[in-house]
Design a protein around this ligand. Structure first.
Ligand code: OXD
Ligand code: MN
Length: 580
């Protein structure tokens, strides 16, 4: 059977389940995108942004109960519960087929089923992978156009007849009671029903590139990570590439597009959310960005915090759940201007101060990556970019210093596995609660996290000179709740220290938790910060660390004997170093 016949048979099965009124195969063309937009403008799914400053930009208002990822409704459906592990919701595949299949059965009656073949990764790359999703949402199709490479290009990258991840998505009735995002890694299948929200519905992103991707990566010997990829160019013109994991809505997009406050340094953007990383033939880790666009958080994005993002979203962008000014421009909290009179909020109501935020805190922009002024010339290199350092970034008011470096690969994997972070509006639930989020993958690892740590440890043995591993925390606060470190463009100072460490050019103090720069190890020229505040940002407080290790021990206990010895040993060694 030909490759396409196999895909066609799979699509027929999906249609047999969902019973659509009609089926449309998508080709990814500009004309197709324009047709979808016209159709959505006609039925109100999209609203035009009338301002001439925002050509081809549109607003989508989602259902008010469908505005963020719903981790509590997200399942890994493996035969063995242990393979999903204690940090994932698990459902037996047969139960999932019954319960969720029941919701998908007939869900597309009198609707159009769009068939979207998509490629994750640059064309021509051996690291790219194929997905085929069906959906009854035109907004999802248009967003897939912006976020992935849709059409024949996808099918031509299949390595064999079964070499694709299948995804069935239906809006269902949008009720949270009938919403499920289910992953069947053993069948390379995703089922999503009841949500149109990006992280739940654009199946190429979290579902394929991370949850199923991480499973596939372990089988095939590579890494699928919740990481941005950037290149830091130094004054000599050398570009050093780093991949950084940070929890959702914690500044990955800003960091990946950073405009440096350090003269002579420049950041190039390769990706802002996901990295697929392979061991190259030369024993060097090489990374691609599997996505083709950015699905970024709008609030707090401004000409001061991310000028590149502001420039890139001024054309060909779909905004979701932002507010709109009377002159037809998008507006959100932290955009850098006062809310104008006559503002319409994210639900289409006239906004007045005291009414809560005008834009939803998880309002988003969806935009082609090529529009980013800092996009790296290498961003679609089929060979990927060489990774010299990993960064794990948490969002913590206390404990973790501005930056630290692991003693070696295994210590770095321990450091990533130990990450705790405050929750944000990117997921439904309470904001600001500290939870363990190893390597920022808690919601995205498609298998047992203990096996994931083991996989990371194994990758280190396959690379003769593994990248250095760092941890950063821009979010440490003083006693009155103010951030200690200015962040944004000044984070280039931290990147410079990291890159200088990699190239053997910067000093540090050895502490129980790793190497930490002293104040004068950082480039401080032009930085306006009181010495004691910088000292506080860099300090390692033994008591706070010892307390945090208790909680970490609890977290690890749930993995039982599956937890790799090197991780347990990392904990024991850190405790020893802190107490001697
Ligand atoms: C995202 C997320 O949308 O992490 O990238 O939630
Ligand atoms: Mn993300």
């Amino acid at each position: 059977m030909s490759l396409t016949n196999f895909v066609e048979r799979w699509v027929d099965e999906a249609a047999g389940l969902t019973e659509p009124g009609r089926v449309t195969w998508c080709d990814g063309s500009k004309a197709e995108y324009e047709r979808l937009v016209d159709q959505m403008l006609g039925d109100g799914t999209l609203l035009p942004l009338e301002s001439p400053a925002y050509p081809n930009c549109y607003l989508h208002r989602s259902h008010p109960s469908d505005v963020a990822r719903t981790e509590q409704l997200t399942y890994i459906c493996t035969r063995s519960r242990l393979d999903a592990g204690p940090t994932n919701n698990w459902m037996a595949p047969d139960d999932a087929r019954r319960r969720i299949g029941g919701l998908l059965h007939g869900a597309m009656r009198s609707r159009t089923m769009y068939v979207v073949p998509y490629l994750m990764g640059p064309p021509g790359s051996a690291m790219s992978r194929v997905g085929v999703m069906v959906t009854d949402s035109a907004y999802v199709v248009a967003s897939m156009h912006l976020m992935t490479r849709v059409g024949g290009v996808a099918l031509s990258h299949m390595r064999s007849a079964e070499d694709f991840i299948g995804g069935v998505h239906s809006l269902g009735d949008l009720s949270p009671e009938r919403r499920f995002i289910a992953h069947f890694p053993e069948q390379r299948l995703i089922w999503s029903v009841g949500s149109g929200y990006g992280g739940n519905a654009l199946l190429g992103k979290k579902c394929h590139a991370l949850r199923i991707g991480s499973w596939q990566a372990r089988e095939e010997g590579w890494l699928a990570e919740h990481m941005l990829i950037l290149g830091l160019e130094d004054p000599e013109g050398r570009v050093t590439y780093l991949a950084a994991a940070m929890p959702s809505a914690s500044g990955k997009t800003n960091l990946s597009m950073l405009v440096s406050k350090l003269p002579g340094y420049r950041v190039w953007t390769v990706g802002d959310d996901i990295a697929w990383i392979h061991v190259g033939d030369d024993g060097q880790l090489r990374a691609i960005n599997p996505e083709r666009g950015f699905f970024g958080v709008a609030p707090q994005t401004s000409p001061a915090t991310n000028p590149n993002a502001m420039a890139m979203v001024s054309a060909n962008t779909i905004f979701t759940n932002v507010a709109v000014t009377p002159s037809g421009e998008p507006w959100w909290e932290g955009i850098g201007t006062e809310p104008p009179a006559g503002l319409t909020d994210w639900q289409g109501r006239p906004w007045a101060s005291g009414n809560g935020p005008a834009a939803h805190p998880n309002a988003r922009f969806t935009v082609p990556a090529s529009q980013c002024p800092s996009i790296a010339p290498s961003w679609e290199d089929p060979q990927g970019v060489p990774i010299s350092g990993f960064i794990f970034g948490s969002r913590l008011a206390r404990v973790a210093p501005l930056v630290s470096e692991a003693f070696d690969w295994n210590h770095g994997v321990f450091m990533g596995s130990a990450m705790g972070t405050e929750t944000t509006a990117a997921i439904t639930g309470k904001v600001g609660v500290v939870r363990r989020d190893p390597m920022a993958m808690l919601p995205f690892c498609g298998y047992n996290m203990a096996d994931y740590f083991a996989h990371w440890l194994r990758i280190g043995t396959r690379v003769p000179r593994p990248p250095r591993i760092f941890r950063v925390n821009w979010f440490r606060r003083d006693g009155s709740g103010r951030f200690l470190w200015p962040g944004y463009g000044d984070n280039a100072r931290v990147l410079k220290w990291i890159v200088d460490r990699i190239h053997g050019k910067a000093d540090a103090a050895e502490t129980p938790i790793g190497y930490v720069p002293r104040s004068n190890d950082l480039e401080l020229d032009g930085l306006d910060i009181a010495p004691e505040r910088l000292q506080a940002a860099l300090s390692v407080e033994r008591d706070e660390w010892i307390e945090s290790l208790h909680d970490l021990g609890e977290f690890y206990r749930q993995f039982g004997s599956r937890l790799p010895a090197a991780i347990q040993e990392g904990l024991a060694q850190t405790a020893r170093r802190l107490t001697t």
